[in-house]
Design a binder for this molecule. Structure first.
Ligand SMILES: [Zn+2]
Length: 320
């Protein structure tokens, strides 16, 4: 790969191999990307139900409530927008919590996804009907007032085309919100379970100890995990994509989002243990680590409130 697929700079370097795919980093725009990209056939078979982690029904309601608040904040919505016939699209909606939240807010809500198991789940649990289900990914001849795409752009082969499709389907005066993990963010450095136990461990499988160490310390390669995540975007690379789509700079806003307090912590892990006795015993054994981890979380949170570390993800808002 001689030039960056986002900004066309020649300052690109292969940093490591993950799951048999080469991961590159662009020194100019900061994007991490997979080259060569997997074939459509490889991706299609990878996505059919493989990633779908069916949530417990009691958690679904809580997720929808959280989503309502998130959508209200991101789209500056009132608590109820009934009778205004504004449309909302959850693009790559997965479990459909945003689709359901928008419906509860009184929006004319639509849903698109490629995974059949996800689609079935949304039909069964959120009453998705044929009129609300968008079949065509190109969104041809469709217009929406609000478009929401949460952690999808990093999965697609062509993020420029993806942004173009969503922007073209946006009504004039509408708002598009795209969420995605942030390339080389510093927040993940504070999360031991991710930076060391997951990413560093994974890198060691196909790379030397030195290359793996550089990948987590210098490049902070998290979130570019082919064939799942084909990219990990920096703010600069998003600005380049938006420019290539012909969207004026003043219509774009990018902000960091940070992890919830206990996410990926030992306490979070203990919640998954079903037997209370095992949970208590393990909690007692791990208590010194829990205390240490708690301090690390407090430091992480203080640094994030002060804006001194880069957040795990980006919230990209594009108006029209
Ligand atoms: Zn670049």
């Amino acid at each position: 790969m001689e030039e960056c697929c986002i900004c066309n700079s020649s300052k690109v370097k292969k940093i490591l191999k993950i799951n048999g795919f080469d991961v590159f980093k662009c020194a100019e725009c900061g994007v991490l990307y997979t080259f060569p990209l997997p074939s459509d056939k490889e991706l299609m078979s990878y996505y059919q139900g493989f990633l779908f982690d069916e949530p417990k029904l009691n958690k679904v309601k809580a997720s929808v409530k959280k989503r309502i608040k998130e959508l209200q904040k991101c789209f500056s919505l009132e608590s109820s927008v009934k009778n205004k016939s504004l449309s909302f699209l959850d693009y790559g909606g997965g479990t459909g919590t945003a689709f359901a939240a928008a419906k509860e807010l009184g929006l004319d809500s639509y849903y698109y996804d490629i995974d059949n198991e996800s689609i079935l789940f949304v039909k069964e649990n959120f009453g998705l009907d044929d009129l609300e289900f968008i079949v065509d990914s190109s969104l041809k001849d469709k217009k929406f007032d609000y478009i929401w795409s949460d952690n999808v752009i990093e999965h697609v082969k062509n993020p420029i085309e993806f942004t173009n499709v969503l922007y073209s389907a946006l009504e004039s005066g509408g708002k598009l919100v795209i969420k995605t993990p942030q390339a080389s963010n510093t927040e993940t450095c504070f999360v031991f379970a991710l930076s060391v136990m997951f990413y560093f461990k994974n890198a060691l499988k196909e790379n030397s100890f030195f290359d793996s160490l550089m990948a987590v310390t210098k490049h902070r390669f998290w979130h570019c995990e082919p064939p799942r995540h084909l990219y990990s975007f920096s703010k600069n690379s998003i600005a380049k994509i938006v420019k290539k789509c012909g969207i004026p700079d003043h219509q774009l806003q990018i902000s960091d989002y940070y992890l919830p307090f206990f996410r990926y912590s030992i306490v979070d892990f203990l919640k998954f243990i079903k037997r209370p006795l095992v949970q208590i015993v393990l909690g007692l054994i791990l208590s010194p680590f829990i205390i240490l981890e708690f301090f690390l979380i407090v430091i992480r949170k203080l640094l994030s409130y002060a804006g001194l570390i880069k957040g795990t993800g980006l919230t990209i808002t594009i108006t029209k």
